[in-house]
Write a protein that binds this ligand. Structure first.
Ligand code: HEC
Ligand code: HEC
Ligand code: HEC
Length: 112
């Protein structure tokens, strides 16, 4: 009996977390899988502040935790696709335009 109550509470917790994430701004900062190059600490809210339009990034993957890995495993995204077409593209374009920009070198994002 006790176990059932515990599992029920766990299910409720998982569901409410999922709902909160679906409607929230997501994490302030998140760790992205970077393969053998090492993971990336991604300042999510800082980017939301600069970019405003969520879809600049989320057009390619849903607003869900772990979405990049899930989409790569499902073959919806190619490896390094978001890195090249979204992250690096913006950082390089802004550097060229003389605006504030993010890392353009591997080690600026990937930390071993
Ligand atoms: C610069 C790119 C970028 C922008 C702009 C962006 N996001 Fe995200 N978002 C990400 C990445 C990367 C993840 C993590 C995906 C993963 O874990 O694989 C993410 C994850 C999320 C998640 C899932 C929870 C989490 O934090 O892991 C939510 C919710 C979310 N974003 C909401 C938003 C909203 C709302 C906006 C606009 C106000 C927004 N995002 C703008 C890149 C972005
Ligand atoms: C602006 C940040 C950024 C920079 C700079 C960057 N990367 Fe990445 N990298 C990412 C992100 C985000 C991912 C995960 C998303 C993806 O695979 O598109 C990633 C993923 C990867 C992966 C793993 C792909 C997989 O799924 O196995 C490799 C390997 C990689 N990067 C190599 C590099 C190399 C080499 C450089 C330098 C030439 C580099 N990265 C520069 C952000 C960056
Ligand atoms: C549309 C433009 C744009 C996109 C897309 C974008 N960035 Fe950035 N990023 C910026 C700008 C601008 C800055 C620099 C902000 C500053 O220093 O004022 C930045 C800074 C960063 C920084 C450095 C943060 C720090 O504390 O110095 C990292 C790491 C980063 N971006 C990673 C990423 C990753 C990973 C992605 C893709 C998931 C991404 N960015 C997508 C514009 C973008």
């Amino acid at each position: 009996m006790h176990n059932r109550i515990v599992s029920f509470c766990l299910v409720l917790l998982i569901l409410s977390t999922a709902i909160v994430f679906a409607h929230s701004q997501g994490k302030k900062e998140t760790i992205l899988h970077g393969g053998k190059m090492g993971n990336i600490t991604f300042p999510h809210h800082m980017h939301q502040g600069i970019i405003k339009d969520c879809m600049v990034c989320h057009v390619d993957f849903p607003k869900e935790p772990g979405a990049l890995q899930t989409s790569k495993k499902a073959g919806i995204l190619k490896k390094k696709q978001v890195m090249n077409k979204t992250c690096l593209k913006c950082h390089r374009d802004r550097k060229k335009a003389g605006e504030a920009y993010g890392p353009v070198k591997c080690s600026g994002c990937h930390v071993k």
